[in-house]
Design a protein around this ligand. Structure first.
Ligand SMILES: [Zn+2]
Ligand SMILES: [Zn+2]
Length: 217
């Protein structure tokens, strides 16, 4: 599996294309402000896009869904139901930041944690990790030692929990059970900033090491 990163916008959000081996089958994860470039990449390399997968429905992670749909009108859009209200309220979210965004196409498929997602010969394990957002999920590819973790954890930081539906203790539990339970060499592709690894965050993330109260994790 190859992961390509598309970063953009005032939030510096990372959208990802996960391409399965040599089959050119791919999925678009969290198409945000740089979704136009993502769409160009899909078209330019004639990739076979199987789905849009959303870790959660915050504005910055979904504002480009319509740009992917523009080049792939039938592509399914997968979201956890607990984030559907936020997804439909994308314009309300944008207004909170003084921004405007178009209405996004309605999700077509319901993410069920524990049910794997297959594309080409690749697959993701889907892990439920609420706390930053109520319906946040993580896409984990054990065969490729990588996970797309959205805004659950970042290099040296964790997701904010002050937005509607956020909860600090729930987030810390999610990090402990769904992220720190992965092997240390698992590469984490985060919603903002650089990639990191489970081992790196276990040892050095100030929110997770015991000295700073990370005993919660
Ligand atoms: Zn978020
Ligand atoms: Zn984000």
């Amino acid at each position: 599996m190859e992961i390509r990163t598309f970063t953009g916008g005032g939030f510096g959000e990372n959208g990802y294309l996960a391409i399965c081996g040599t089959s050119l089958t791919c999925v678009a994860i969290d198409p945000g402000a740089a979704a136009g470039q993502m769409a160009q990449e899909i078209r330019g390399h004639d990739l076979d896009l199987e789905a849009v997968l959303l870790t959660h429905a915050h504005l910055d992670h979904i504002e480009g869904v319509h740009e992917i749909r523009a080049i792939a009108p039938d592509v399914p859009i997968w979201l956890h139901p607990d984030d559907l209200g936020m997804y439909r309220g994308v314009q309300k979210q944008a207004a909170m930041f003084g921004l405007r965004v178009p209405t996004q196409p309605e999700p077509t498929d319901t993410i069920v944690p524990g049910q794997p997602f297959h594309f080409g010969s690749c697959s993701f394990e889907v892990r439920f990790a609420p706390g930053h957002a109520p319906g946040h999920v993580i896409f984990y590819a054990p065969d490729h030692s990588l996970a797309l973790v959205g805004d659950v954890v970042f290099q040296g930081s964790i997701g904010r929990t002050d937005l509607p539906g956020g909860d600090f203790r729930t987030l810390m539990t999610s990090i402990r059970t769904e992220v720190l339970s992965l092997p240390d060499d698992t590469v984490l592709y985060t919603g903002h900033g650089p990639t990191t690894t489970v081992g790196h965050e276990r040892l050095g993330n100030p929110f997770l090491v015991p000295h700073y109260g990370g005993d919660l994790a």
